[in-house]
Design a protein. Structure first.
Length: 241
């Protein structure tokens, strides 16, 4: 693959070895068609693979449930257009294992002429709730707070308090760091959590809305369709039938 040849000469490739010994961080590199060019040991273990040769040239559709693979694909398509995914919290794992909270980052990968030649990303496991609260950074505390309370009404005042910043400073720094407002971040998380419930549970749509943190089913339908282009009912039918 020409992308692989370009990566071999890029400075980013020299960073690969840094991620090999990290058991709690999954690291990967993909080409412009979202095919894996590299995966570290942690990612291979997550997919129960013995060697990197088993993942090369394959996509997330070869390893993940279709609804998750579709989400990953949409992310990657945006990343190769120059966008970033910054510190997004999500629940990883399906029916065969206990799901775990993680933090995901994705970046466009560029060659020496600043042309996008692929994407790279990391997923790291989040600490268990309240286990290391005293050692977390300001925004790590905010992410942990969102993770533990996204089903409730979370205002910026409450999140600012968790960060140790004033509301104005928190809102400004959050938007700079995450490229979206705190409330937009929470809405995206709620939509993704709703996706899991639609696939892995038989809850009525109204209950999925409440369990995912939406005020009511009407608000849920509006946000879900705005993010994914289809209604929750259509989404469930598409991936479960």
């Amino acid at each position: 693959m020409k992308e692989l040849l370009a990566l071999n000469t890029s400075s980013a490739w020299q960073l690969v070895e840094l991620f090999e010994p990290l058991d709690d961080v999954q690291f990967w590199i993909k080409d412009l068609k979202n095919r894996y060019l590299h995966a570290n040991r942690a990612l291979l273990l997550n997919y129960q693979l013995e060697g990197v040769g088993q993942i090369l040239g394959k996509t997330d559709y070869d390893f993940s449930p279709p609804f998750l693979a579709d989400q990953f694909w949409l992310d990657d398509d945006q990343v190769v257009k120059g966008h970033r995914v910054v510190n997004r919290i999500e629940l990883v794992g399906g029916t065969s294992e206990a799901p775990r909270w993680s933090v995901t980052n994705k970046l466009p990968l560029r060659d020496e002429k600043d042309r996008v030649i692929g994407s790279t990303g990391t997923t790291r496991w989040m600490d268990p709730p309240k286990s290391t609260a005293s050692t977390l950074s300001n925004f790590d505390r905010v992410l942990s707070h969102i993770r533990d309370h996204y089903q409730k009404n979370l205002g910026n005042e409450e999140l600012a308090k968790a960060s140790g910043l004033s509301v104005r400073a928190f809102e400004r720094r959050f938007k700079i760091a995450y490229q979206m407002t705190p409330q937009a971040y929470i809405r995206r998380l709620r939509v993704r959590m709703a996706c899991r419930l639609l696939i892995y549970s038989d809850l009525p749509l109204a209950e999925v809305a409440v369990e995912s943190g939406f005020a009511d089913q009407s608000h849920f339908n509006h946000e879900f369709r705005r993010h994914l282009g289809r209604t929750p009912g259509d989404y469930r039918m598409h991936y479960r039938h």
